[in-house]
Design a protein around this ligand. Structure first.
Ligand SMILES: NC(=O)c1ccc[n+]([C@@H]2O[C@H](COP(=O)([O-])OP(=O)(O)OC[C@H]3O[C@@H](n4cnc5c(N)ncnc54)[C@H](OP(=O)(O)O)[C@@H]3O)[C@@H](O)[C@H]2O)c1
Length: 277
């Protein structure tokens, strides 16, 4: 996944939801992309794989596969950022979560590395509904079970997140040392989001709110390890208590255009057959 350009960016999670879009946006901007996933020999859990991935690059997009607020993410991001700086890869952009107090130590670990850092704090992804663990339940069972109560969240389209990452990487020093909070343009409850998807698909889809503890028990039943379940229950209880029910202007500020709306996302993903039973 390379193209000739002045800047080489290491993209972690390049086969995942955010990284794949960051890689596409970076290529479109003329950057050279070095994908860093396990298939390429890069493993967050194995430090011996980091140097060969980072060496001679100019910048890196860091997305830890576990929750950004997990102790594993804090430790790995801190160590990797130090290694990157020692190899001369100073420009690092970390994906974090908007309003997630648990994520602060990971952001701090990045800052402490001495890197030219930017932290992108994202709202809930629109693509949580179309890719990843939640989609199958919605597609096959017609129901989303989630501890989102009736709280409002400004879901963000990952294409906008990716565009902001690349804009930050290519803007020289402009966003160095800054946190950028990004959200979509509209507050929706999880029920309203599912109703938008139902309209777009013409199917009857429902949202069933459960407590964070009940949701944790479901995750444990699906084989999620106990420490990860405990963290997620804690994260959901705090993140979904209403503190994030407001918009953030990062997309407009960095890109000079409004963020994509949920209706557009739902219409496009429905047309692609995402929720076809
Ligand atoms: N969901 C949300 O709404 C939200 C909001 C804000 C922030 N976040 C943060 O977003 C992050 C998740 O990002 P995402 O949704 O883009 O991830 P994702 O779609 O789950 O993809 C995970 C990526 O990480 C790679 N990966 C997994 N284990 C790896 C390992 N041991 N070493 C190297 N690469 C590994 C995977 O590639 P391979 O399997 O091919 O190696 C894949 O490319 C979390 O830190 C979360 O806290 C999420």
């Amino acid at each position: 996944m390379t193209r000739k350009s002045g800047m080489t960016v290491v993209v972690t999670g390049a086969s995942g939801r955010t990284g794949s879009r960051v890689a596409r946006a970076a290529l479109a901007a003329g950057l050279t992309v070095r994908a860093a996933t396990r298939a390429q020999g890069f493993d967050w859990a194995d430090r011996s794989t980091w140097a060969r991935t980072l060496r001679d690059a100019d910048a890196a997009y860091l997305v830890h596969p576990g929750d950004v607020g997990s102790p594993q993410a804090t430790r790995a991001v801190g160590l990797l950022a130090h290694e990157a700086v020692s190899l001369g890869v100073r420009r690092l952009v970390l994906l974090s979560a908007r309003g997630e107090v648990h994520a602060r130590p990971t952001e701090e670990a990045l800052r402490e590395s001495g890197a030219d850092w930017t932290v992108l704090r994202s709202a809930w992804f629109m693509q949580n509904f179309s890719e990843g663990p939640l989609v199958e339940e919605l597609r096959a069972g017609g129901e989303l079970v989630f501890p989102g109560g009736d709280v409002k969240e400004p879901f963000v389209d990952l294409r906008d997140v990716a565009d902001v990452v690349v804009a930050a990487l290519t803007a020289g020093d402009r966003y160095v040392g800054q946190g950028i909070d990004v959200s979509g343009p509209r507050l929706l409850t999880f029920g309203e989001a599912v109703a938008e998807i139902a309209r777009a698909t013409g199917r009857e889809l429902t949202y069933r709110p459960v407590s964070a503890a009940e949701y944790g028990a479901r995750l444990a039943g699906f084989g999620e390890p106990p420490e990860a379940v405990d963290l997620l229950v804690d994260v959901f209880e705090t993140l979904l208590d209403g503190r994030n029910a407001h918009l953030s202007d990062g997309v407009e500020r960095v890109l000079g255009r409004p963020p994509r709306d949920f209706t557009r996302f739902a219409t496009e993903a429905a047309a692609a057959g995402t929720w076809t039973a």
